[in-house]
Design a protein around this ligand. Sequence first.
Ligand SMILES: [Zn+2]
Length: 701
Amino acid sequence: MPSLQSTSRGPAIESLLPILKAAVLVALFEGIHIARHEFLMGDWASHSVLDGFRAVAWVAGLHVVLWLFLGLLFSLLSRDPFTLFRAVFSVWALVAFLARWMFEDGSGATAYELLLLTGLVLWLTPRRWWARVSPSFRLGLACFALLIVSTFSLWGRVPDFSHPLGEQFWLYAGSAVVAIAACLVLFRWPRLTAGALAACLLSTTLWNSLSRTPTADKPNVLWILIDTTRRDHVSPFGDLAETPAIERLAAEGIRFDDAVTVIPKTTQSVASFFTGSYPFHHGLRTLTDELKDSPNNVVKLFQEAGYRTAAFVNNPWLSKDHGFGLGFERYDSTTELDEKYGGSLRYVSWFILADRLTVKRIETSEATKPGVYVAHDRSVTDAVSRYLRNIAREPFFIYAHYFQPHWPYLPPALLEEKYGAPAGATCLVNFPERAGITQGQLVFDNHLPDEENEGARRLYRGDIDDTMSQVGRLLEELERQGFRDDTIIVFTADHGHSLGDHDYYFHHGEFLYESSVRIPLILSWPQKLPVGMVVEHQVRSIDLAPTLLALARIPHPGAMDGRSLAGFWEGREDQPRAAFLESDVKMMEENTRRTYWGVMGKLRGVRDGRFKLILTPDTDGPRFELYDVVADPEETQNLVLDPGQKETLASLQKQLTELLPKEERGILSALRGEPDEAGKQSGQPVDEHDRELLRSLGYIN
Ligand SMILES: [Zn+2]
């Protein structure tokens, strides 16, 4: 009789019940994993608890539906759903593994090696052995394998137990206890299931501890660069925003109080950072130019010295297409970053849905223009954190580029109260078209009401605050992973930002005033470098590459314009570091203060820490501005005609001429007459995608 009853219910229903049990189990696990992830990432602080529960509920619900559907499908397709499952699972593991190697440089592939192994075991175990095992247990085991898949997919790595007393250990241990308890209730072979679970966790622990090699004499490098960050908005340097994480970092290292970028525009500036060279030497002169290979590229030199090199870049200009992937073993740029937020999440697509629920405002905001995709800076911290937890071999060289302070200003909702716009402001700065003006008019001919401009300044402060708290999270993760002592941390910006200074609003690159040229710079490696030191001398962005190479004892084959900063803590710094400055090319018609388009029409300058000379090519020959930046940091008094500064002027003019490359010295003074159309063409990108990108970031109309 029992066999008859079984036949009448059919194989489909019989297979469905254990699948349902397993679905509940897996859903429970995913909920725990998400909670753990959110807890460790500190995301509860920036999202409502309701958001978190909603995300957990979504994932759990999706699991139940998905596995019920698959179970039903397998049962309908075959009288032996397990065989079908085995095939699907193995193919999935193989594809995921290959994809990891092909598209992500093998990072995190170890998790998939274990998956492949599981698939192999499923195939190699003799069929008659499976026949002796009850269907419920077989499916239980299958779901256990799936649990491992989803676990690794979520964590994006082999679990790390190298810090047994850290939070991670207890969360893993907690998960394991819940897993074993659930298995006891749900499956008939609890000891086997629990044993398998324990064996798996143990093997991954061993794997991880064996594969991580300690740093010998080579320090790791974590280079953090924040786009568009004014020095006076970073709290150890100025007081316009509160950035406690950076204050802590400065207290643990050297703060360079008078650091300048040699060019206030992203790609050119980053190229100067990477090569220790002025733009006319590395050759990247406009935003759309490509970074060419050079023997002094610091990333390449670190890679050749045996470093693992990785970049996590939230700025669409710094793409592999523009040559910035050079020397990086792994390069996550903004267009891929959010996809990779969650490491291997792309292979477990339902998680991506959960991520969408804790989504960033910038993605949904109408200010995000078509053609550009900028992630929230949280993604940068998440991606670097994952990389740090995943890394199996030191030393590493990591470049993390944050972007949020850039126009348009969109701090998260929580910060709106703290930095919200004044009453009556409608955020017109983010939407100039609503005010009936062009982007160029917003920047160069701004007649918006005061509360609108002031509101935008406050939102910019909110963006800074938010990004710096993301940097804080990254520094905590570095500490948590035990890398702090062996890692040189660099904190800096590619350039500042003009918020209306010199009638130049919410932009950077077209002029060489202090707001755009001065940058925050901190270097921290408590093991070897002084702690709490402040350097007041002027230093330049080009000095960083030679400094890092010197600290890691890596020689550079060619001459660099920059010089190592080691002299400051070794007590032998005696030569001044004059900075040659160069603006970007003219990008907008509305900038009537500049005549010439193209590279020749760029502003040039020299700054010695006390005085700054700026040369603007004009139809009547070069125009000069001279400022005492110490006595007059807002640059209100042009001292060119001041008889008392005649010698300073002559000396700086001479220095500027000497710093300029030979081929540009003559042309600059000879540049007279009408603005040239040819120059205009050379300064503007021809590519439609690049034009769209420029428009989205407020650089052209
Ligand atoms: Zn930038």
